[in-house]
Design a protein around this ligand. Structure first.
Ligand code: MG
Length: 262
């Protein structure tokens, strides 16, 4: 969870894509902020902590947090849904379903539970099969990495479960003219590749910057997975926590003390 938030925080200055990472600027430097990725990750964690993980409860949590924290870069379809204020179902395949799913992988006791909760979390806002797959891929990967799965095993699970092609390297993806793509199917496999190639938490985030696609969201997803393998650096955690208000800190602290044992 905190790995995703740190990824979003560090990637936020490249969110508008007018500025590219120069390969030198340290992570967290500049006017970083918590964007939609983090806000809705808190919402997922809150729904889990409240103990109601039905699709309606996740949907209500997303609506509540988006309304309480407006102007954080929410996707167009999601914003329209929030403004309408009705629990109607949207068949989106945007990567919003995946960017907020990491707490599920920490809370789940079994893989099937992680996949079921991920489906429930995506149901109202990202009901398209690709939207559901994106949420399941991130939540399931977090769960499986916690269980000690190797990268090769994870790759083959992602390929057989979701059809994700993880055969290309970050360098190959970037060289192929990869661009901003906020769909699950066009950004989740690439973000996972950033984690798979990384030798450290920071490395995973920097690889997501190098792709120069949907930077904050791909850094969020790579960071979510990298947290499980590497943990998160104290300095980056401190920077992200400074950007949180009391409500966010209390959700993070309650969630970590219950589900993320150090
Ligand atoms: Mg964002």
């Amino acid at each position: 969870m905190i790995g995703a938030i740190i990824g979003d925080f560090c990637g936020s200055i490249y969110e508008r894509r007018s500025v590219r990472w120069d390969r030198k600027t340290p992570l967290g430097a500049g006017p970083c902020r918590l964007t939609d990725d983090s806000i809705l990750t808190f919402a997922t964690a809150e729904a889990i902590l409240n103990g109601d993980v039905q699709p309606e409860a996740f949907a209500r949590a997303y609506m509540r947090w988006a309304r309480d924290y407006p102007g954080r870069g929410y996707g167009h379809g999601f914003s329209t849904w929030v403004e309408a204020g009705q629990l109607t179902k949207n068949g989106s395949f945007g990567n919003g379903s995946a960017m907020r799913a990491s707490p599920i992988g920490w809370a789940a006791g079994q893989l099937d539970q992680a996949l079921d909760l991920a489906r429930a979390s995506a149901d109202y806002t990202h009901g398209h099969p690709e939207g559901v797959k994106g949420a399941q891929a991130i939540a399931g990967s977090v769960f499986l990495l916690r269980s000690g799965m190797t990268n090769d095993e994870l790759k083959s699970w992602l390929h057989s479960s979701f059809g994700y092609d993880l055969s290309r390297s970050v360098r190959q993806i970037a060289a192929s003219g990869y661009r901003f793509d906020s769909t699950c199917q066009g950004s989740v496999p690439e973000a996972i590749t950033c984690f798979l190639e990384a030798g450290s938490f920071e490395d995973a985030i920097k690889k997501a910057f190098l792709l120069n696609g949907d930077v904050d969201t791909q850094a969020d997803m790579a960071g979510a997975l990298a947290q499980v393998r590497f943990g998160v650096p104290f300095g980056l955690r401190t920077m992200a926590e400074r950007a949180m208000d009391a409500r966010m800190r209390s959700i993070l602290s309650a969630f970590e003390s219950r589900f993320v044992k150090a």
